[in-house]
Design a protein around this ligand. Structure first.
Ligand SMILES: Cc1ncc(COP(=O)(O)O)c(C=O)c1O
Ligand SMILES: [Zn+2]
Length: 561
């Protein structure tokens, strides 16, 4: 049973002329001037008064913010526990990149595995409230999956138009929910047009995506949740002070964008939270696109006020392959010019690498569209656009099953063949298993920070080829090197007791181990005198938080490979 909340007042306001009408039915355009962009408005004074008491009583899901959602009557709510997703601290990634505040908004935990579940829940609820029993949606996959699940629950017939590039596993999931699946052998933009024509001809309700109210409004809940979760993880805003903002906006919100609905909704949410006095600043939006289909990034770089479409998208990340982003672009450039932010493009290779890094380092497996956002983060960090101590939240959505078969290559598993004849089975099995451990190189890590040791070990382990020894201080490290004769040493400099400089001197004075290559990994900016002390003694100096797993492995391979 859902709890009955009192109906609340919602208006549609024209973005061009400001004309307002009560929201009682879907409107395609302003009744006064014909403009196509209408925004939902609420009674913010009432919300300001009501929220402190009611939010305390409500579960942590997207409907807790229902006063700022355009469904009038809870009786029509179609819900499966969407929203309320965890905000995970990306510890290992943060350690590798030298960023202590990277958080992952884990939208994978929605009912169908993407943040589009919020959109589906609200859009299908509003359809139900407005008496719609049949609808059409065009999609690059995730929206169709989500709408299909929720429309099944709501008893609404759903026609889904998908570009034929969508992985067949995703299409099958749509079909499983009982939707009509129309596969269009064309780009997503052409598919949208086919869907709109079909809707017009048949007189069936067409979901208008970002031009509709529900879609944008639903995305606000991602931001509301983040603002409530951040203070629990890192405390309130420092500027907040007494009576200051009780919730907290991140410095950056990262998302892979196609139509841009997510960032538009997130922006509106923080604007509303500012109005309510719940946060004290707007976040910077980072909109990341695939290089082969990056109309927003290209148009921003060219200084255009309207997005120039990409007619022939060239990317394997189909979920975000929208060549013609429509109205969101003009909106987002204004926001980014005013509050800061970035449009950035990443190659598919960078996306797939980020996908692999996030799974290997922090155990978070995501679909490519989400990995695009992480690849964008890596890029903007290396460009120096983001300060390493800023608070960064990345929207991580998507199905975790790897439908992208090429990602791991052909050798992602090793087969153990049981011999059928003598010798005895156990011996044969043990023999086969023995061969799995083909580690030839050994690596010594001398580092006092256990977290940093763990990260280095983890990076090496994912290659499976290294035997790793660790020591927490200089004395133990020296002893370990003399005992194990590793092929390479990873050495920290700042350690209590015997520091890295002294370890190095002792190593170089010892005939038995002086030839073992040393890579110094230091958190410290070195002085000229310190550099002088290291020169000629070490093989490589790497700055903590300033290299990726790939770069480290490359350096090791060069020396010990
Ligand atoms: C996982 C994922 N990331 C990003 C996007 C792009 O979303 P937006 O509509 O906000 O541009 C989608 C859209 O379906 C998606 O499913
Ligand atoms: Zn108007």
């Amino acid at each position: 049973m859902t709890q009955k909340e009192p109906n609340h007042q919602i208006w549609l306001e024209c973005a061009a002329c400001g004309h307002r009408v009560p929201f009682t039915r879907p409107l395609r355009a302003c009744e006064k001037c014909g403009h196509g962009w209408l925004d939902a408005r609420y009674d913010y004074d009432a919300v300001r008064e009501r929220w402190p008491a009611v939010l305390r009583e409500r579960p942590f899901d997207m409907w807790r913010y229902r006063e700022l959602l355009p469904l009038r009557d809870d009786a029509y709510k179609v819900t499966m526990g969407e929203g309320g997703t965890p905000l995970l601290h990306a510890t290992n990634l943060g350690l590798m990149l030298g960023c202590p505040h990277i958080y992952v908004k884990d939208e994978r935990q929605g009912p169908t595995g993407s943040f589009k579940d919020r959109q589906a829940s609200l859009a299908i609820s509003v359809m139900k409230e407005h008496g719609i029993t049949e609808a059409i949606v065009a999609s690059t996959g995730n929206v169709a999956i989500s709408y299909s699940a929720y429309s099944a629950l709501a008893g609404i017939k759903m026609w889904t138009f998908l570009t034929s590039l969508v992985p067949s596993e995703k299409m099958q999931e749509v079909a499983l929910y009982g939707s009509e699946v129309i596969k269009v052998t064309a780009t997503y933009d052409q598919t949208k047009k086919v869907a709109a024509d079909f809707a017009a001809r048949k007189g069936i309700f067409l979901d208008r995506g970002i031009r509709g109210i529900s879609a944008r409004e639903s995305m606000k809940t991602v931001a509301f949740e983040i603002a409530e979760q951040l203070p629990m993880l890192i405390g309130p805003s420092p500027e907040g002070g007494d009576g200051g903002a009780p919730w907290r906006a991140p410095d950056w919100y990262f998302q892979a964008v196609s139509g841009g609905m997510g960032p538009v909704g997130v922006w509106k949410a923080y604007e509303e939270l500012m109005t309510l006095g719940l946060v004290d600043h707007m976040p910077k939006l980072a909109c990341i696109q695939a290089a082969g289909c990056a109309p927003m990034v290209n148009s921003f770089d060219k200084g255009l006020e309207e997005a120039e479409p990409v007619l022939n998208p060239q990317t394997r990340v189909i979920t975000i392959a929208t060549g013609s982003p429509g109205p969101a672009y003009s909106f987002l450039i204004r926001v980014i010019r005013e509050h800061g932010g970035a449009f950035e493009a990443v190659t598919d290779e960078e996306t797939f690498r980020a996908m692999h890094v996030m799974a290997k380092l922090d155990g978070i497996s995501m679909e490519p569209a989400a990995a695009t956002a992480f690849a964008g983060l890596f890029k903007l960090l290396s460009k120096g656009v983001i300060q390493r101590d800023e608070i960064i939240v990345v929207n991580c959505s998507g199905h975790t099953f790897p439908v992208e078969k090429h990602l791991l290559g052909d050798e992602w598993a090793r087969t153990v063949e049981l011999p059928t004849e003598t010798p005895a089975v156990e011996e044969g099995l043990l023999g086969s298993l023995e061969q799995l451990d083909g580690r030839v190189q050994s690596i010594a890590i001398i580092e006092d920070d256990p977290q940093a040791r763990l990260l280095l070990r983890r990076i090496l382990q994912t290659r499976g080829e290294y035997r790793v020894f660790e020591a927490p201080d200089g004395v133990a490290g020296l002893e370990m090197v003399r005992r194990e004769h590793p092929d390479i040493i990873l050495l920290d400099l700042m350690m209590p007791g015997m520091d890295g400089f002294e370890v190095l001197e002792a190593l170089k004075a010892d005939e038995q181990v002086r030839d073992v290559p040393v890579i110094v990994i230091s958190a410290k900016e070195l002085t000229a005198a310190e550099r002088e002390r290291l020169s000629g003694q070490i093989d490589m100096l790497m700055q903590k938080g300033n290299f990726t797993d790939e770069e480290l492995l490359e350096e090791i391979l060069k020396r010990a490979g």
